[in-house]
Design a protein around this ligand. Structure first.
Ligand SMILES: [Zn+2]
Length: 443
């Protein structure tokens, strides 16, 4: 009896709990003091407003840009480093928050993929290094931007450092983007550029405001963070819409699957952390750089602290009636930020090493007691198994992960299709999981 029960549970537990020593090592290498040092340096530039001074080496966005370029370059020289410098320099047109054409520079490093068959596939991570004060066009007042978004920028440097010698299957871009506060201008250019270059962005994540652990609501919280993602693609085609309505899959667009992936992998490798899959593209009436990638049709999410403090965002540094304003260093929690960085590290290291995802998944069995699947796998020799994800249709996150053999079809007996949501992922011998593919066809 006992043996039978263990046998029955084994496939679910095995699929959920695989930790690899390689990823554990990467996660352990993330250092909170390094995040603290980077944010301290970024704050020291006074302002990093997109329209601020570009010639000084001590103040303004130009100084920040020079320093960041040097730091990323340093990571390319780590012994065994495979990182390549990456720069996306362009002149932004005049716009609502760009009074005259202005040169913007997104910069970072690229960790090239090693699978030649997947040479155009990539994961893109960003933090924005520009900052702002109370007025959107104020380029001279102090705008320390410690949490918004020194935190995300620091994570880009730290992730690049710990992953420098990795040999992932697909490429990973670690980018500090500019112009976020001027209307996502830098990331919009980056997303369009990558699309024009034929890069297939499997997953993108913007880390934006991820280092404050004491919210304006009075809550102190260093054990949760939020993942924002669109449930329905903003550029959904009429055919995709038809399928989505037939399946009722408005909570299972590719961006949402990516957010769930970050939650699952992040929580697997980082203790005392819960990542909340928010069923929203972003906060109400606000946004971040992931939205630029969504507009190009790429699965994109945003990682952010759970309790923001609005006195620290988009505020001139000042004290009024004993109340302090400004995004200063004193309110950046490197310990908390490092946890989020570790969660992201685990997710990216796993996905970048995973085999190619399932191409086509047919769902069948409507008006029957059984759920039927058939699928087409990519020609990736590293695929050793499949993971069938399942949750009841009132659930937010996956409840069961069942390992399937390398067949091309499967039937779940006595599982009524209507009451569950499904997706299928590939997995390699070490347990690296691809992003799950929601049904692409109805049989
Ligand atoms: Zn921001």
């Amino acid at each position: 009896m006992r043996a039978t029960l263990l046998f029955a549970l084994a496939p679910f537990l095995a699929a959920q709990e695989v930790r690899t020593p390689r990823i554990e090592g990467l996660v352990a290498a993330i250092e909170a003091p390094r995040l603290q040092a980077t944010v301290t340096k970024l704050v020291s530039f006074g302002t990093r407003h997109t329209l601020s001074d570009t010639t000084s080496t001590t103040r303004g966005i130009g100084a920040a840009r020079i320093w960041l370029a040097e730091e990323f370059a340093r990571h390319t020289k780590i012994p065994g480093s495979r990182l390549q410098p990456f720069e996306d320099r362009f002149t932004a047109d005049k716009g609502p928050r760009i009074p005259a054409p202005t040169e913007l520079v997104n910069l970072g490093v690229l960790l090239p993929g090693t699978d030649p068959a997947r040479g155009k596939e990539a994961i893109v991570l960003t933090g924005h290094y520009d900052s702002r004060a109370s007025e959107a066009l104020d380029a001279t007042s102090d705008a320390p931007g410690a949490v918004d978004d020194g935190s995300g920028t620091a994570m880009m440097l730290e992730l690049a450092r710990v992953m420098a010698t990795e040999k992932p299957a697909v490429s990973v871009y670690f980018v500090a983007v500019a112009g976020e506060e001027q209307g996502l201008v830098g990331s919009a250019h980056l997303a369009k550029r990558l699309k024009a270059e034929g890069v297939n962005v499997l997953a993108m994540l913007s880390v934006d405001i991820a280092g404050n652990s004491e919210g304006q609501d009075g809550v102190k919280d260093n054990v949760t963070a939020r993942l924002w993602s669109e449930g329905v693609s903003v550029v959904e085609t009429p055919e995709q819409r038809k399928l989505r309505l037939a399946l009722g899959n408005e909570n299972d667009g590719p961006a949402r699957e990516w957010a769930r992936y970050v939650k699952r992998l992040g929580e697997r490798y980082v203790e005392n952390l819960e990542l909340l899959v928010m069923l929203r593209r972003d906060r109400i009436a606000r946004g971040s750089d992931h939205m630029s990638f969504s507009l190009e049709g790429f699965p994109a999410a945003c990682l952010r602290e759970s309790h923001e403090h609005y006195d620290r965002q988009h505020q001139n540094v000042r004290t009024e009636k004993d109340r302090t304003y400004g995004d200063d260093l004193a309110h950046f929690d490197a310990f908390y930020s490092a946890k989020l960085c570790r969660a992201l590290c685990a997710s990216v290291a796993a996905l970048a090493a995973a085999p190619a995802p399932v191409k086509e998944l047919h769902l069948g069995g409507a008006v029957s007691p059984d759920t039927k699947f058939r699928w087409t796998l990519p020609p990736d020799p590293r695929i050793t198994g499949l993971l069938l994800y399942r949750r009841r249709a009132d659930g937010v996150t996956w409840q069961r992960i069942q390992r399937l053999p390398l067949t091309s079809a499967w039937t779940l007996k006595d599982v009524v299709p209507d009451s569950n949501v499904y997706a299928l992922a590939t997995v390699d011998a070490e347990g690296h999981e691809s992003l799950p593919t929601a049904p692409t066809h109805l049989d």
